[in-house]
Design a binder for this molecule. Structure first.
Ligand code: PLP
Length: 244
């Protein structure tokens, strides 16, 4: 595929995703620009980030440091905002803090401390979202692990982030849970819980307005529940090889 063909494909996909966001926003009585599209570019080359930026995409997300770092380096001239959305080990905090603008997957105090220190050393201020774990375990079996803090600990974690000099609390993030067998389930109860938690966090920290929820398969439900950011990979870039 030539770059021009890839660009046309991405443009068509973007138009479709923006139409979906627009319809969902209208149905919820919200303005379409209340919702920011974050294109999840994991597994796709830096050349796609470049094409997306030329098509007006302002925010991209990656989930693995070893992939994100070189991609960011190749795209440093683009001025897009880089979101880190993957599970993050503390020893990667220094690397991620060098290039990420937003770290969406913060789910424990040790990570907050590590990111604050690393951002300070790089002379940067990172926006941080507290990732909320929404998996229910009705039958006692372990949930498919998608990361996130226990909902009961989210407010305390938000307070810790807000107290850090090199971090800025942006809000909350979640991934809708899967069923016990890994199959998709109705995301609406989980997104409703997220919305309630987001409101609690906002009550304590009025500038923490971000609610990052919704992916290719459930962005309508997320927008209906108040998502301000949707993280869309497949519907923009196409199917990924492998199981990411
Ligand atoms: C991969 C990923 C997405 C995008 O998923 P799609 O189904 O491809 O849209 C969103 N959020 C996170 C945290 C991801 O890892």
């Amino acid at each position: 595929m030539t770059p021009a063909q890839r660009s046309a494909e991405l443009a068509a996909n973007l138009a479709e995703v923006h139409a979906r966001i627009g319809l969902a926003a209208a149905a919820a009585g919200r303005a379409p620009d209340d919702v920011t599209l974050v294109a999840v570019t994991k597994t796709w080359p830096a050349s796609d980030v470049r094409l997306l930026a030329a098509l007006g995409v302002t925010d991209v997300a990656e989930n693995r440091d070893q992939e994100a770092r070189p991609k960011h380096e190749e795209c440093a001239d683009l001025g897009v905002r880089w979101h880190f959305v993957g599970q993050l080990q503390r020893n990667k905090a220094r690397s991620v803090a060098a290039y990420a603008d937003v770290v969406e997957s913060v789910d424990r105090p040790e990570l907050v401390t590590a990111l604050d220190r690393a951002a300070g050393e790089h002379g940067r201020v990172l926006e941080v979202l507290v990732q909320v774990g929404l998996a229910d375990v009705p039958d006692g079996s372990p949930p498919a692990h998608r990361g996130g803090a226990d909902p009961r600990e989210v407010l305390a974690l938000a307070d810790v982030v807000a107290g850090c000099s090199s971090l800025r609390l942006g809000g909350v993030m979640a991934v809708a849970p899967l069923g016990p067998d890994g199959s998709p389930v109705d995301p609406r109860p989980a997104f409703a819980r997220l919305a309630a938690l987001a409101a609690e966090v906002r009550a304590a920290h009025p500038s923490a307005t971000v609610v990052s929820a919704g992916m290719s398969g459930d962005l309508e439900e997320a927008v209906a529940a108040g998502a301000t950011h949707v993280r869309v990979g497949t519907a923009v870039l196409g199917g990924r090889a492998g199981l990411r």
